[in-house]
Design a protein around this ligand. Structure first.
Ligand code: SF4
Length: 201
């Protein structure tokens, strides 16, 4: 069954319809659909991979550790979170249970494909001037398999079917993980620089 995108989409209609989506199996073990959030007239849209453990429980995008890192990076870049639209390429949390813990699993290509109509509809409604893909899953979903985050980050890419200005950068969870190898400051600065460059486009 394909994603039940409404004929005349608005953000509230999309959110309501996505809450009933059964277009792939990810809805079954997840708590709820985590749809995008932000103003309909947002100039900038950020697209991540999928909701994580916190997002799945809370029903809101970017509220876990990666979300807090993103908040810090947006503040450092001088970007107001409430002015941007935040969403994910895949709207349900994919995970593996290990005891009581739920371990993040990267969505498969079939999940990304099944969920594509939702971010396409979000793009149609919001029509952002700038889109930033956070991490390889979002970058590949929106821009195709040839994009490489490490090679292509920090500069405008030509994808007019997505937005007039398109950028890729790392997912904030990668910056969170860089704490473990002592590279956090450099990774955080680079992430902030990427957001600032996108905001200036
Ligand atoms: S992940 Fe996307 S396509 Fe799959 S059930 Fe959830 S909303 Fe539908």
């Amino acid at each position: 069954m394909p994603a039940p995108v409404p004929q005349r989409p608005s953000l509230p209609r999309l959110r309501a319809a996505a809450s009933e989506c059964r277009a792939c199996e990810l809805w079954r073990p997840a708590t709820q659909t985590v749809f995008g959030e932000g103003p309909r007239a947002a100039r900038m849209m950020l697209v991540g991979e999928q909701p994580g453990d916190h997002e799945d429980r809370d029903g809101h995008v970017f509220v876990g550790p990666a979300g807090r890192l993103l908040d810090d990076a947006l503040a450092a870049a001088g970007i107001e979170r409430k002015a941007i639209y935040l969403t994910n390429a895949v709207k349900h949390f994919r995970y593996k249970s290990r005891g009581k813990r739920r371990i993040h699993q990267r969505p498969l290509a079939e999940h990304v494909t099944a969920c594509r109509p939702w971010w396409e509809a979000e793009l149609t409604v919001v029509r952002p001037q700038v889109v930033v893909c956070l991490g390889a899953v979002a970058a590949t979903a929106l821009l195709g398999a040839r994009v490489r985050v490490t090679r292509d980050r920090g500069r405008a890419l030509e994808h007019p079917q997505v937005a007039p200005a398109v950028f890729v950068t790392v997912h904030p969870s990668a910056v969170v993980r860089s704490r473990a190898n002592g590279d956090f400051d450099a990774q955080f600065r680079a992430f902030v620089d990427d957001l600032r460059t996108a905001d200036a486009a």
